[in-house]
Design a protein around this ligand. Structure first.
Ligand SMILES: *Cc1c(COP(=O)(O)O)cnc(C)c1O
Length: 482
């Protein structure tokens, strides 16, 4: 480079250090002082307009302008991390994971493969997560961007294993339809994966559920038998270990029996709920995870690892390799424990080639918190959900609709023809009020409020104040509809 180095490349070491301390202070304050801020504030129109229209300047900026912009960026989050943010499944970051993020960015490896720390750490955390779900030895997997990518990779493997032709070469056109089974409560990412893999969402067979929104194994078995007789080729079942709507857990053991008998791939979507296996309350319901061919589990959900960190755990890693391995000549290397490549490249087992150093964030959170630590954190969230459920039951103005894991779905009681509008208006007022943040969902085709607890800093008092807030806001919203 001729002349002065542009941007941060040219900052003297002292400037970089001083500025680094400012940024660190900003990040630490953001995590420590959440409670003092509004849960959510919309981005002011003028700022939104600036972000929409300002051109990219030809000249770079100094550390002061960078810091000002970072401050602004942290001022308008979507609410996640705040102790009274209860929407979706968006936790605050594990503190050790957040620090590790900076170290990982400084190292900036490409985690496709090679005998480097990043890959050893990735295999270690995958092994720990496999042990958490009691996977038998020989299992493996990889970190992904999230549960959505995990579903694509898992069902990609199921598609290959379920084809008696070379699906990678031939594609699915001209072959009988491949059929995948799931309940209507399965996450939208499963539908996306099926569409993307060319299986087609029409070939997603919706299995009936019981009163607790769980797949009925006998119905599944009957459907598979009937479909195999002319409708197509059943290849896989997707069971949920904690649906995103109500935390419902399908009867995984019984579904695994059906899959074993019918020769189907079992993928379990435990993106949110799988870590609950650490608790006494859910250990039993989740024992079936060990029998799944593949399990999606998001460390960036209930394990609090900073986004992004998903994981796919598989019983037979070779199934992933068969479906995805494509090694270009410039990446070909022999495996040698003391050499450049000590194990097959992870890029052979999935879709991403250049991959971020997710493992360092995952490792930092898992190692610093420990297994028992996670059990306590998850129990705390389950306790808060139970507290909210009990408060809703005891409150004549509220109606409990469904609970599961750390999710509570409920309604403010209102005349049925305007109930939906009341729930939506109530949620909107709470979201814009800055005191708390709830999401809405639909159950039996009717809007409901949904709270999900994934936050070690949320307290019982926060739950109690949420109930008061919902009751008061609900009364005001309902009165405005009169
Ligand atoms: C979040 C979630 C997903 C999707 O995972 P991403 O990490 O958002 O890609 C899938 N299933 C369930 C149950 C989830 O909670």
């Amino acid at each position: 480079v001729t002349g002065e180095l542009p941007g941060a490349w040219g900052w003297p070491e002292e400037t970089l250090r001083a500025h680094g301390e400012d940024v660190l202070a900003l990040a630490l304050a953001h995590m420590a002082e959440q409670r003092d801020r509004a849960v959510f504030r919309p981005v002011p129109r003028a700022l939104a307009e600036r972000w929409r229209s300002e051109p990219w300047p030809a000249d770079g900026c100094g550390p002061e302008e960078l810091l000002a912009e970072l401050e602004l960026a942290l001022e308008y989050p979507f609410g996640n991390g705040h102790p009274r943010f209860h929407a979706w499944v968006n936790p605050p970051p594990d503190r050790a994971g957040a620090l590790a993020a900076l170290a990982a960015a400084a190292a900036n490896p490409s985690c496709a493969g090679g005998n480097q720390s990043a890959l050893h750490l990735e295999r270690e955390v995958i092994r720990w997560l496999g042990e958490m779900i009691n996977q038998r030895s020989g299992g493996g997997g990889l970190l992904t961007s999230g549960g959505s990518m995990a579903a694509i990779v898992a069902l990609g493997a199921a598609r290959s294993r379920g084809s008696d032709f070379d699906v990678r070469a031939d594609g699915l056109a001209g072959s009988p339809p491949q059929l995948v089974y799931a309940s209507a409560e399965a996450h939208s990412s499963v539908v996306k994966a099926i569409e993307l893999l060319g299986i087609g969402s029409r070939n997603l067979r919706v299995v009936p559920t019981d009163s607790e929104r769980r797949i009925v194994p006998a119905e599944l078995e009957a459907m598979v038998r009937e479909d195999a007789d002319g409708k197509g080729t059943p290849i896989a079942v997707v069971a949920s270990a904690g649906t995103v709507n109500t935390g419902a857990i399908d009867p995984i053991e019984e579904i695994a029996d059906v899959c074993a008998e019918q020769g189907l791939w079992l993928h379990v979507d435990g993106a949110y709920g799988a870590p609950a296996i650490l608790t006494e309350r859910y250990r039993e319901a989740l024992t079936g995870l060990a029998r799944a061919d593949s399990v999606a589990l998001d460390p960036h959900k209930w394990l609090y690892v900073p986004v992004d960190a998903g994981a796919l755990l598989v019983r037979d890693p070779e199934a992933l390799r068969e479906a995805f391995s494509l090694v270009p000549p410039y990446l070909l290397t022999g495996v040698d424990p003391d050499g450049v490549t000590d194990a097959p490249w992870i890029s052979e087992f999935g879709i991403e080639q250049t991959r971020p150093f997710r493992a360092l964030r995952v490792w930092a959170a898992l190692r610093c918190t420990g297994r028992d630590g996670y059990r306590r954190l998850i129990d705390h969230d389950l306790d808060l959900a139970a507290r909210l459920g009990a408060a809703v039951r005891a409150n004549p103005a509220l109606e409990l609709v469904a609970t599961g894991l750390s999710i509570v779905c409920f309604r403010y009681r209102a005349e049925s023809e305007r109930s939906g509008a009341v729930q939506r208006e109530l949620a909107r007022r709470i979201q814009l009020g800055g005191e708390a943040f709830l999401a809405t969902t639909e159950l039996e085709g009717r809007p409901a409020l949904r709270a999900c607890f994934v936050n070690p800093t949320t307290t019982e008092a926060d739950v109690d104040s949420l109930v008061e807030l919902v009751t008061a806001t609900g009364a005001a919203a309902a009165a405005d509809f009169d």
